[in-house]
Design a protein around this ligand. Structure first.
Ligand SMILES: C[S@@+](CC[C@H](N)C(=O)[O-])C[C@H]1O[C@@H](n2cnc3c(N)ncnc32)[C@H](O)[C@@H]1O
Length: 229
């Protein structure tokens, strides 16, 4: 499914979110500056797609930091790699890309200081297994940041649901030329646990100091947790 929308993925992201996606990636990356500034930082961005979250992280990290984007769609990663070639070269870290399943990561225990995922975790077939795999590859004291969609309440929530369930799937289908993925999006958000349940799952997977910060009225939000020693 993701491979089928890869050619128009970036365009659709920016159009359908009115460019607020860039703000969400930037806000998320900023939360982890204490880790990203370390020259020895090892950072994994899971379900990286075409790499925008990964680039937001790498821009804040020194050149010696290791920033890795992982995804199981080859077509998505090809686009991420192409963007790396045209990205500005400066003192920031250059991301590298790896094709991998988030539920079976090819990394040893305790390898990373930070694991993030933007709008990818929700798609996993097994959320608990995903959290345990993130906890496995994190060093004790390492941090996890999961940015994903939420369901805002009140009047804003009502208006947003009309947009999300009717307008977005229609526009997404027209621009991508693929029927299905953009209808799947609202269904996947409904299936995703509410913040309290997600925080409980994080605690059970071995994360302390778990928190959820809503972004833009709760349309999106950032889950954070620290791997317990
Ligand atoms: C909605 S896109 C998000 C991409 C990017 N992080 C962003 O913020 O735009 C979800 C991505 O998750 C990837 N994905 C879904 N399940 C995965 C899994 N089990 N392992 C690795 N990647 C996965 C898809 O291939 C897709 O590129």
């Amino acid at each position: 499914m993701f491979t089928s929308i890869a050619p128009r993925y970036d365009l659709l992201n920016h159009v359908l979110s009115f460019n607020i996606d860039r703000l969400w990636w930037w806000r998320t990356a900023r939360q982890f500056d204490a880790i990203l500034r370390r020259p020895d930082a090892r950072v994994l961005d899971l379900c990286c797609g075409t790499g925008d979250m990964t680039f937001a992280l790498s821009r804040r990290a020194p050149s010696k930091a290791q920033i890795l984007g992982a995804d199981f769609s080859h077509a998505m990663l090809q686009r991420a790699a192409a963007k790396t070639k045209t990205a500005e070269k400066g003192s920031a870290a250059t991301p590298r890309w790896i094709e991998a399943d988030a539920l079976r990561l090819p990394f040893p225990d305790g390898h990373f200081h930070l694991v993030t995922s933007a709008f990818g975790f929700r798609n996993l077939a097994d959320y608990n297994a995903g959290l345990h795999e993130i906890a496995r590859v994190l060093a004790p004291g390492g941090e996890c940041g999961i940015l994903d969609f939420g369901e805002p309440g009140g009047v804003i929530g009502k208006c947003y649901r009309i947009y999300f369930k009717k307008v977005l799937p229609a526009v997404g289908t027209i621009i991508s030329g693929v029927r299905g993925p953009y209808a799947y999006l609202p269904a996947s958000v409904e299936r995703f646990p509410a913040p309290n349940e997600m925080l409980e799952r994080m605690r059970q997977a071995g994360f302390g100091e778990s928190s959820w910060t809503p972004y833009t009225f709760g349309i999106a939000g950032l889950y954070r947790g620290v791997k317990r020693a």
